[in-house]
Design a protein around this ligand. Structure first.
Ligand code: ATP
Length: 356
């Protein structure tokens, strides 16, 4: 029997609501496992924890995440809960840095033509992955103190050879398992750091001769994502560009509720939807749990056990079948289903179609 320890961090806002649905799905998966057991340990972290006088990410929770086989995270941060210096409480960023989760993997897939604001795209015709460098870039000085009373504030965009090489290699490997096409997204026409980023990319590209590459400036990538998303297979980019392009790409397939994500390092991994805590809809039971449930599928793949890999395939297929009916949608996609009704549909589909 193989036991996987899963640290569960529901966090804030809709994070809590979609995590309930993820756990519902994992309970179904558990009933189909023969030699795998999941042990889920919940931890209260995030802005809400800070508001009630606790540490938003205690050292003990961080240690538990480090020890766990995987971390399942809902969402963190609330706009009205801030550190004394005005920055938002964002333990999800601390987790990325502390656990050295250097690649943010964000698959974007269109499940039904009714979900995209673009014309003429059918299910599966938008199918790409954004790989976001997650430990450097323009986020690297986010913890710096703003000089009191300053009239000039600088943020640094940090690019290192080692940090770039590892994320590029990861992106090439992902592309190698897909349509074998990798686009570097940078701003090498303006920023010296991005010229260096591109040079490192070019050197790593020589290690992967069977993956076709191209190089695009980030502004042009934004345009092409909107005009011709079908040309993209895998995109790799800097931290801030990846942050922005992920939301744009999620918009192509129905919004943040459809965009799963995994933050992966060499030793640890955190699986969470690409969205935040969505305070505008939190507490009403209407959040779309699909992004979170697809993040669970990514986690099952990453655990890399014969049974969890099969479970991931079954889960993705169940999501696909549920979404094939455009009437089965939450409010973000014009539907009437609540968060738990959507979770129930996917759980029931999984149970009905996957016989152990
Ligand atoms: P962060 O910066 O923390 O990632 P954000 O500022 O990008 O967060 P989100 O919390 O992701 O903001 O919300 C962006 C928009 O997407 C909001 O209108 C929100 O209601 C919507 N949204 C986010 N998650 C979901 C979801 N699961 N279901 C439905 N709508 C969602």
């Amino acid at each position: 029997m193989r036991t996987f320890q899963i640290a569960v961090l529901p966090g804030d806002g809709v994070g809590v609501e979609v995590t309930d649905e993820a756990l519902k799905i994992l309970r179904v998966v558990q009933t189909r496992m023969k030699s795998v057991r999941f042990e889920m340990a919940p931890y209260a972290v995030g802005a809400d924890a800070y508001r009630s006088g606790q540490d938003p990410l205690p050292e003990s929770t961080l240690a538990a995440c480090r020890e766990a086989d995987a971390v399942l995270l809902g969402a963190m941060g609330l706009p009205d809960v801030r550190w004394p210096d005005g920055k938002e409480i964002a333990p999800q960023l601390d987790l990325r840095e502390q656990l050295d989760l250097y690649r943010g993997v964000r698959p974007i897939r269109l499940y039904h033509e009714a979900d995209t604001p673009l014309k003429r795209y059918r299910a599966g015709e938008i199918d790409l992955v954004i790989v976001r460098e997650s430990t450097e870039g323009l986020f690297s000085t986010r913890l710096a103190q703003r000089p009191h009373g300053a009239d000039e504030v600088l943020d640094n965009l940090k690019v290192t050879r080692a940090g770039s090489e590892r994320v590029f290699r990861a992106a090439f490997r992902i592309a190698g398992q897909r349509r074998k096409r990798l686009s570097l997204i940078d701003k090498a026409n303006v920023l010296p750091s991005m010229v260096f980023f591109r040079e490192v990319f070019d050197a790593i590209a020589c290690e992967f001769p069977d993956v076709e590459t191209d190089r695009l400036y980030v502004d042009c990538a934004a345009l092409f994502l909107l005009q011709r998303p079908q040309v993209f297979d895998v995109l790799v980019t800097e931290n801030m560009f990846g942050d922005i392009l992920s939301d744009l790409a999620a918009g192509l397939v129905g919004g943040m509720g459809m965009a799963p994500s995994a933050d992966i390092g060499d030793d640890c991994a955190v699986f969470q939807p690409a969205h935040g805590s969505a305070p505008d809809i939190a507490g009403r039971g209407i959040a779309n749990p699909v992004a979170m449930i697809l993040s669970v599928a990514m986690m099952l793949d990453w655990l890399d056990h014969a049974e969890t890999t099969v479970a991931a395939e079954h889960l993705r297929a169940a999501v696909e079948r549920v979404l094939a009916n455009p009437n089965q949608r939450t409010a973000d996609l014009g539907g009437k289903l609540s968060t738990s009704e959507m979770g129930n549909l996917i759980a029931a589909e999984l149970e009905q179609t996957w016989h152990a």
